[in-house]
Design a protein. Structure first.
Length: 393
């Protein structure tokens, strides 16, 4: 007989924030080292940008891998595996003599980091705690380019090692995680479902690189996954989750708002080049992202008092405002403000919807639902830059 989970108490939100935020810092610091990386490894600048693609790819793979671990092995195993991936990836990046090894390291860092983000959101428990985590992700991520530029003075590798501080929070997770975990036999045997999800998200991430080939792969993987879920309703993607209207709505909203945020993060600075210097654009963008992230934290703390209808309306209105401002704003400062609205809508939505997703599915599927929801949010990090490329072409 398998024992019931034994909890050791709720993890302090500061540890959960530390678990999640270094990944966004590391992701946003990548672009600052591309020229130096290319020169050091003897590759072209175009090839060097694969470092960003590899990180995005690894990040979205972390969510389904963690979903499987949470459901079959529990929080402790998931934290250990993801922490090991971050450590392994960082070691590879620190000593990589060639681009392929560097890419493998960045992908491992991101997979582990993305998994740690999923664990942090899963352990939050309330919208206010989840809001503190997601606001921290947005706020710390805003300093990514600045951190990258500063650390590049030491070495081009230094900004690529910023995922490592997340490991400081892993012991806290292990201390407070359940000692025992009820096994989920259905998920343990659904290797096909896990592989299909990984193939699908990989194809999505690679669309900007491989275009029609990736689109075709995504279509085939999506069809096969749909058929697989129907055939195996208790598998890796449980029927009660995908048939929940609340889950589908939350996942769609999170993915849309996340895509808008990352698209604006790339397009707004380009639009401002006609008015301001590069230094001023960087400073104003940092201020706007910080403002939006802090506002998200304050909003999610009061969301329960506002009620679902008001909260949902505020989030959607903020997202719509973010998208509309670059087209209609008469002054550049309002164009820049679109990033504040975008990061507020995306991070607050992730926090608020994540807690609702966990509440509308059966308890045995809660970890899987939150993990899949987090994956939908993280896909915005892949779709957004691709959309920005199309808009700026």
């Amino acid at each position: 007989m398998i024992a019931e989970p034994v909890h050791k108490g709720r993890i302090a939100v500061r540890y959960l924030a530390l678990l999640a935020t270094p990944t966004s810092l590391s992701a946003n610091s990548t672009t600052t080292v591309i020229p130096d990386l290319a020169r050091a490894l003897g590759v072209s600048a175009a090839d060097a940008t694969w470092a960003a693609t590899a990180f995005g790819w690894g990040g979205v793979l972390g969510a389904p891998l963690t979903a499987a671990l949470l459901r079959t092995r529990g929080i402790r195993a998931a934290a250990l595996v993801n922490g090991a991936l971050v450590l392994l990836g960082t070691l590879l990046v620190a000593g990589a003599p060639t681009l392929p090894i560097l890419l493998a390291g960045r992908a491992a860092q991101a997979a582990g980091g993305g998994g740690l983000v999923t664990i942090a959101i899963s352990l939050a428990g309330t919208a206010s705690r989840a809001g503190a985590i997601t606001a921290g992700v947005g706020l710390v991520g805003a300093f990514g380019p600045l951190a990258g530029s500063t650390l590049s003075a030491i070495s081009w590798r230094a900004p690529l090692l910023l995922s490592l501080p997340a490991l400081l929070a892993v012991p806290a997770v292990l201390r407070h995680a359940p000692v025992h975990h009820r096994q989920a036999a259905a998920t343990r045997t659904d290797t096909v479902g896990i592989l299909l999800v990984m193939t699908l998200v990989s194809a999505f991430v690679l669309v900007p690189r491989l275009e029609l080939v990736a689109v075709a792969a995504a279509a085939v993987a999506g069809l096969l996954l749909t058929l697989h879920v129907r055939e195996k309703p208790a598998g890796f993607i449980p029927h009660p989750v995908v048939r929940s209207r609340a889950f589908v709505t939350a996942a769609a909203a999170a993915s849309t708002l996340s895509t808008s945020y990352f698209a604006l993060l790339y397009t707004v600075p380009r639009l401002l080049e006609h008015y301001w210097t590069t230094e001023r654009i960087g400073l104003v963008t940092l201020i706007m992202l910080a403002t939006g992230s802090v506002t998200s934290l304050l909003f999610t703390r009061r969301a329960a008092r506002l009620g679902p209808a008001v909260t949902r309306s505020v989030l959607l209105a903020a997202g719509a405002t973010a998208v509309a401002l670059p087209s209609v704003a008469p002054w550049p400062v309002l164009t820049a403000a679109s990033t504040a609205f975008a990061v507020f809508a995306a991070t607050a939505a992730m926090a608020w919807y994540a807690t609702r997703v966990g509440a509308v599915v059966p308890p045995e599927h809660r970890a899987t639902a939150v993990s899949l929801f987090t994956l939908c949010y993280q896909l915005g990090g892949a779709f957004g830059p691709a959309l920005a490329t199309l808009l700026l072409a």
